[in-house]
Design a protein around this ligand. Structure first.
Ligand code: ATP
Ligand code: MG
Length: 266
């Protein structure tokens, strides 16, 4: 625990001041001519499945949503200041909580009705977004990246402002797909058509393969999720260094921490 806290302190020292800068005024979102949002199939959130999988921000029943609202506010400050749109969420090793953080952040952002959020499951070898949200038979994302299917085939919509692309079939040569020029082109077109304020990419773990490194040129910044009592300081350090060399580090999320401060009764 102490080691994780030292790592967090370090991340705070490096990035903490950036969180506190003054916000510029919000720029109005521009309407686009070919807005496919109304054509994306709508899903009712399966709150039971989501609660079981610790997705707590789609409703306000669980006090744990407060932590994600803080993360949301910090992300929005940085996005506005830097004119960013996309964040990749990764971790050193599997199971640290990337998918849980990605989806909670997405629904927390979407509670602000003027914020359009897109989530893409890019953990292509072990896709988990569909299972976590209870989406049955999602489309294979590979077909979308190979321009064989459309936004309205791969995305489902929750309310007016969250679109989620889950993946129904693992991809064997995922690093190759992630760095293919067609993938970059498809993602650029997606951004243009959906006009999101925030795109969240749920990425694989960094130390498992080269998928994350292959994809980082496509994101504006990254969040590193570490798990208390599982991630070592050297793993956190190494991954933070690797990420900082290739993109901007938005911050480190300490997950699975058994001890929380009792201050203010939260
Ligand atoms: N804060 C937490 N406390 C307890 N369990 C958690 C917490 N966060 C996530 N989990 C659980 O840990 C498991 C892994 O979480 P999740 O799938 O979000 O991690 P991941 O990093 O995306 O994993 P993978 O690398 O396999 O994609 C899930 O069963 C999830 O419910
Ligand atoms: Mg995952």
């Amino acid at each position: 625990m102490e080691r994780i806290q030292t790592a967090l302190q370090k991340a705070k020292e490096q990035h903490g001041t950036a969180w506190r800068r003054e916000l510029p005024p919000t720029s109005p979102t521009l309407p686009t001519l070919d807005m496919p949002w109304p054509k994306i199939p709508v899903r009712q959130p399966d709150l039971k499945v989501m609660a079981k999988n610790r997705i707590v921000t789609a409703s306000h029943g669980d006090p744990a949503h407060a932590a994600f609202d803080i993360l949301r506010t910090r992300l929005q400050h940085e996005f506005r200041q830097n004119n960013w749109t996309s964040v990749g969420i990764t971790s050193p090793t599997p199971g640290c909580g990337k998918t849980m953080v990605s989806l909670n952040l997405a629904f927390s952002l979407a509670n602000q009705k003027n914020c359009r959020v897109v989530v893409v499951d890019l953990d292509l070898r072990r896709p988990q977004v569909a299972k976590t949200l209870g989406i049955a038979n999602p489309c294979a994302l590979e077909t979308y990246f190979k321009e064989q299917s459309d936004i309205t085939d791969v995305f489902v919509r929750y309310g007016d402002n969250v679109a989620v692309a889950a993946n129904g079939r693992p991809v064997r040569f995922s690093a190759e797909l992630l760095q293919a020029p067609e993938t970059t082109r498809v993602l650029k077109a997606m951004k243009q058509r959906l006009c999101p304020n925030v795109i969240i990419y749920d990425l694989p773990p960094i130390l498992a393969n080269d998928d994350v490194m292959a994809f980082l040129p496509n994101v504006d910044c990254a969040i590193l999720v570490v798990a208390a009592e599982a991630t070592t300081v050297s793993e956190a350090d190494l991954c933070e260094r690797e990420l900082s060399e290739r993109t901007k580090m938005l911050g480190v999320v300490l997950n699975k921490c058994r001890y929380t401060p009792d201050k203010y009764g939260y």
